[in-house]
Write a protein that binds this ligand. Structure first.
Ligand code: ADP
Ligand code: ASP
Ligand code: MG
Length: 412
């Protein structure tokens, strides 16, 4: 008998029919004698609808109340799935995050899980019930409802799996695994049998939304066996999905590049003609950080004649706010001009094989040059190279890079 935690995302529970479909899948695992905890998302589109509703009432929504609203989507799904399970003869009971006691910090809309009380879940499992838990939500010390950030149900599932020391955490979604890139953009993308934690961490942080980054971090830290699978395949005909592995487990020769990740929602800001002297980066980025704006890539040019240019990227949603801050600091740092571009995109190639191979960057840059795509910024780590380009070339860039790195070919 195994203990399995399964997570079903928005599309997988997007209609009453789909919910019944999930119930049948859960029942088939129960029938094998396994203990099952199911974590569910809100029905697809529901979280967006709730957030939009909040904004209609309060343009800049209060974050505590926003979590009260956003968390309700999942509460509907747990009730519906529990009913669907009962209807086919499977004993089930639903829990909100607060009822389990998924304790988080108080950072509304992006809370972190601190601990999980497993007592209720264990007792129900031992009584033969399927436990259905609302993803994406928790409760803080004072009893306030919190949410874990977009895509946070993945993290709920992995955290519960870690707390229960589950044998496997299965993330069921609308694709049958982790692909070499988003299959919606590149139809030739291939499902990966395995991907290492490190690579998955990079891919998630660089924009592949198939797993929330915190879920991958958690799984790595607590050594949770994590698998991504499709909920839409016929029962009994499911493929193996993608297993996230620890590098040392992998015996076979790995391809150099495993995948391509991208994000569209980037914006670039440039401060032109700042004095080239100590403290300038701090004077520019300090106020940006104070406004809790995430800065990603940063470039400072080599100074010339005592002055230099300074560029950085922020999430597109923060572009207006960041520009306003720079306009304010412009005067006292003595900058000539602030320019900005909120149509930037970031493309990244990721692979642990980069550690032992040279020439990946030059191949990437040559490929983009041949397509006439201008690279605006570059950043690298041991296992990834990212470039910022004009958003209008994003899909083209992803496609040509996917091809030139042979990601459409089954590795020999
Ligand atoms: P869920 O609602 O189940 O959490 P998400 O929409 O959050 O599902 O994530 C699944 C989606 O992630 C897929 O439909 C796919 O378009 C997208 N995606 C992006 N990059 C990848 C990738 N490398 N492999 C698989 N899917 C990816
Ligand atoms: N429902 C939440 C969202 O849309 C959490 C999730 O689906 O993982 O972001
Ligand atoms: Mg998701």
């Amino acid at each position: 008998m195994a203990l399995i935690v399964q997570k079903y995302g928005g599309t997988s529970v997007g209609s009453p029919e789909r919910i019944k479909n999930v119930a049948r899948r859960v029942a088939s695992w129960r029938a094998k004698g396994d203990q099952v905890v199911v974590v569910v998302s809100a029905m697809s589109g529901e979280t967006n609808r709730l957030l939009a509703l909040a904004k209609e009432v309060q343009a800049n929504p209060d974050s505590r109340e926003l979590d009260v609203i956003a968390s309700t989507g999942e509460q509907v799904t747990i009730g519906l799935l529990s009913m669907a399970l009962m209807d086919i003869g499977v004993k089930a009971r639903s829990y909100t995050g607060g009822q389990v006691r998924i304790l988080t910090d108080s950072a509304f809309t992006k809370a972190r899980i601190l601990s999980i009380d497993e007592e209720n879940i264990r007792r129900d499992l031992d009584d033969g019930l399927v436990v259905v838990v609302a993803g994406f939500q928790g409760v803080d010390e004072s009893g306030n409802v919190t949410t874990l950030g977009r895509g946070g149900s993945d993290t709920s599932a992995v955290a519960i799996a870690a707390a229960l020391k589950a044998d496997e955490c299965q993330i069921y979604t609308d694709v049958d695994g982790v692909y070499t890139t988003d299959p919606r953009i590149v139809p030739e993308a291939r499902r990966l049998e395995t991907v290492t934690f490190e690579e998955m961490l990079e891919m998630a942080s660089l924009g592949s939304k198939v797993l929330q980054i915190r879920a991958v971090e958690f799984a790595g830290k607590y050594k949770v066996k994590l698998r991504v699978l499709s909920s839409l395949e016929e029962l009994g005909q499911e493929g193996p999905g993608t297993l996230i592995t620890f590098e040392e487990d992998v015996k076979m020769e790995q391809p150099i590049i495993s995948g391509i990740a991208f994000t569209r929602d980037e914006a670039k800001l440039t401060v032109l003609g700042v004095p080239d002297r100590p403290g300038i980066a701090y004077q520019i980025l300090g106020p940006v950080a104070e406004a809790a704006i995430d800065v990603d890539m940063i470039i400072q040019n080599v100074g010339y004649d005592g002055s230099t240019d300074f560029s950085f990227t922020v999430p597109r949603g923060e572009f207006a706010k960041a520009t306003a801050i720079l306009e304010q600091v412009k005067g006292h740092i003595g900058a000539r001009q602030i320019t900005g571009d909120n149509k930037a995109a970031k493309v990244s190639v990721v692979g642990v094989g980069m550690r032992s191979h040279v020439g990946i960057a030059s191949k990437m840059f040559r490929t983009l040059a041949e397509e006439g795509i201008n690279i605006q910024m570059i950043s690298t780590s041991e296992i990834k190279i990212s470039v910022v380009i004009d958003e209008k070339y994003l899909e083209l860039a992803v496609r040509v890079l996917h091809k030139v790195f042979d990601l459409d070919q089954v590795p020999a």
